[in-house]
Design a binder for this molecule. Structure first.
Ligand code: ARG
Length: 600
């Protein structure tokens, strides 16, 4: 379509049609907010229901108003549609002509963003996810934060927000004191337990290996549950570390370094990057000032020797007060998070997201209430820092209880990956895939399939729901799974390369019937889906969309054999549609952190 169209095809199609209807509706007195055209599956591609409510306000018959509205389109505007009709009590049903849909497909294919618009007002967003803890090995409980947080950082960046992701290590809790005490018992001769640094300074080399730490910490943690005296020593060591004991500090730095190296190793299969490797400890220097500020503002109160911050819920009802300083003067997890809020405000953040287990909901409600009801969340340039707990549910086993090993232990994150790789291999073999490939290819494909299976299996559930981890199901090549989608994308890829090998060129998109039309329409839905995921922080909507898209692809390909098509223009057009489909699948999966392998 070379001539200028009466709608902007670069916009998400529902928005372009909404703008058109609003333009015409205004003349009839239809309020703008009632002009929305939405994607529909009730016989037409789009539907606008606004005439019903508008008729009520205008005291008119809805069907008549809808008819007048539809008839008010100019001939040129009407030419955009293959269907433009009023149905039922006054729905306006709209379907675009094949030419318009084809033109839109061509625009998307030529645009590296696939016509996904940038947000009108980009924000500086801090995303706190991962939340791994120093000295503790990563376990299955860290999976969702890692995967959901990464998807959100990708989606937010894609639509133009300025994202700063922070791993926010738990590096300041009582586990530190336990580990210090465990090291002291095993190696009392080390220089870290003196009150001052040795003359030549502390050794640069870590006194313990990762294996030492992973042996000592679980033992110490178990012992702390039974041995009260040990617990007391550990808590004293934690307090001294927090007060700045030089030896403990030096030892602690080694713990952090060992843990960071292990974290990097364990999350490597997921391809997740963090901008900041900060921890709770980084917020500690801000605490004295924060406490003084709350005291001066009269927002902190002394209660039985502890400093608390009284807070209220949305209805103004009092909540459990936030514990700012315990009776022993120690700060809490809450205080740490409040101090981080102050840091974010200073760093010019507009919004902070916390991708954390739903079981910490109360914690965040308290922290957010304290930030909002004191001066802490207020930004220098006006407004407040928006705080959002992006909560997620629990990963359960077949018994519906949190996923555990057979002996009832927590499952390590790396074991989840290993089990998934095994399941992926079994599925690849079962499907007779890669039978002719060498071992190296098989291993790398199994790894890619496993990671796609875990990520998609997780993300396809609404994040707030619990789900049952069934790796064999997640790795299936049928149904709504990561491997199914990978396979779909790889197949499109191979069709395109087969066509290229035969010297078949792509050309302007031409639509002929039900199936290529349905595919083109499905392809046009990406921008709206991305916008929703962005607004609601709900990656499952993107999973849903990609699954539906790949089904539309299958139906199309079943009926339209591209390579064997004899009409050259048709074949060339379908090749472009296939290229757009591949690009859309790859981009969508990319937003989920899933990479499409070359072959499978
Ligand atoms: N390390 C914490 C835990 O394991 C999670 C940290 C979440 N982030 C935060 N800012 N509180 O529970």
């Amino acid at each position: 379509m070379s001539h200028a169209l009466p709608i902007d095809l670069r916009l998400p199609l529902d928005r372009a049609l909404t703008a058109l209807l609003a333009r015409r509706g205004a003349a009839l007195g239809v309020p703008e907010e009632l002009c929305a055209a939405q994607y529909s599956n009730k016989g037409s591609q789009f539907q606008c229901n606004g005439a019903l409510a508008a008729a009520r306000a205008l005291k008119r018959a809805p069907r008549q108003l809808a008819e007048e509205w539809a008839a008010s389109l100019s001939a040129e505007e009407r030419a955009l549609f293959s269907t433009l009709e009023v149905a039922g009590p006054g729905f306006i049903n709209l379907s675009l002509s094949d030419e318009v849909l084809a033109a839109r497909s061509a625009l998307a294919l030529a645009d590296e963003r696939l016509c996904v618009p940038r947000v009108a007002s980009p924000e500086r967003v801090y995303i706190d996810f991962g939340g791994y803890n120093v000295a503790k090995q990563l376990h299955i409980g860290h999976l969702r934060s890692t995967i959901i947080g990464d998807t959100l950082q990708r989606v937010l960046r894609f639509v133009g927000d300025e994202v700063v992701s922070d791993v926010h290590l738990g590096d300041w809790g009582t586990q530190m004191g336990m580990l210090i005490e465990a090291v002291r018992e095993e190696r009392p001769g080390l220089p870290y337990f003196e009150d001052a640094a040795p003359a030549g300074g502390f050794p640069a080399e870590s006194p313990l290996s990762l294996a030492d730490m992973n042996r000592l910490y679980p033992a110490a943690s178990g012992r702390a549950k039974e041995d009260e005296a040990f617990r007391a020593r550990a808590s004293l060591a934690t307090a001294e570390l927090q007060r700045g004991h030089v030896g403990y500090r030096a030892l602690w730095r080694h713990f952090v370094a060992l843990s960071v190296a292990e974290v990097r190793h364990d999350i490597a299969p997921f391809g997740v990057e963090f901008d900041l490797w900060c921890g709770e400890s980084d917020a500690q220097p801000l605490i004295p000032e924060l406490v003084a500020r709350l005291q001066a503002e009269g927002r902190a109160e002394l209660s039985e020797g502890a400093w608390i911050v009284p807070i209220a819920d949305e209805r103004g009802e009092p909540m459990v007060p936030l514990m700012l300083l315990k009776r022993d003067g120690g700060a809490t997890y809450h205080t740490s998070d409040l101090a981080t809020v102050v840091m974010r405000v200073r760093e010019g953040a507009d919004r902070a997201l916390y991708v954390v287990d739903a079981r910490q909901e109360m914690h965040f409600r308290q922290v957010f209430a304290a930030a909002a009801q004191t001066s802490l969340g207020a930004r220098a340039r006006g407004g407040v820092l928006a705080l959002e707990h992006v909560k997620f549910g629990t990963i359960n086993g077949a018994d519906g209880r949190p996923f555990k090993t057979r002996s009832g232990d927590t499952v390590k994150l790396r074991d989840v990956v290993e089990m998934a790789v095994e399941a992926a291999r079994a599925r690849l073999e079962e499907g007779g895939l890669l039978a002719d490939a060498d071992e190296e290819t098989r291993a790398s494909v199994a790894q890619a399939v496993a990671v796609a299976a875990i990520k998609f299996g997780d993300l396809s559930n609404h994040r707030a729901s619990d789900y049952v981890l069934n790796l064999s199901d997640f790795c299936s090549f049928e149904g709504k799974t990561g491997p199914y989608l990978l396979y779909a994308a790889v197949r499109v890829k191979s069709i395109l390369s087969k066509a290229a090998e035969r010297g078949l060129a792509a050309g302007p998109v031409v639509l002929r019937g039900e199936h290529d039309r349905a595919l083109a329409l499905a392809l046009s839905r990406l921008p709206g889906v991305v916008a929703q995921v962005h607004a609601k922080k709900t990656p499952h909507l993107l999973c849903e969309y990609l699954f539906e898209l790949s089904q539309d692809w299958s139906a199309f390909y079943q009926h339209c054999n591209i390579v064997r098509e004899e009409d050259e223009a048709q074949r060339a057009g379908w090749l472009s549609l296939a290229a757009l489909c591949l690009k859309t699948l790859t981009t969508g999966l990319g937003l989920l952190g899933v990479e499409v392998p070359e072959r499978m």
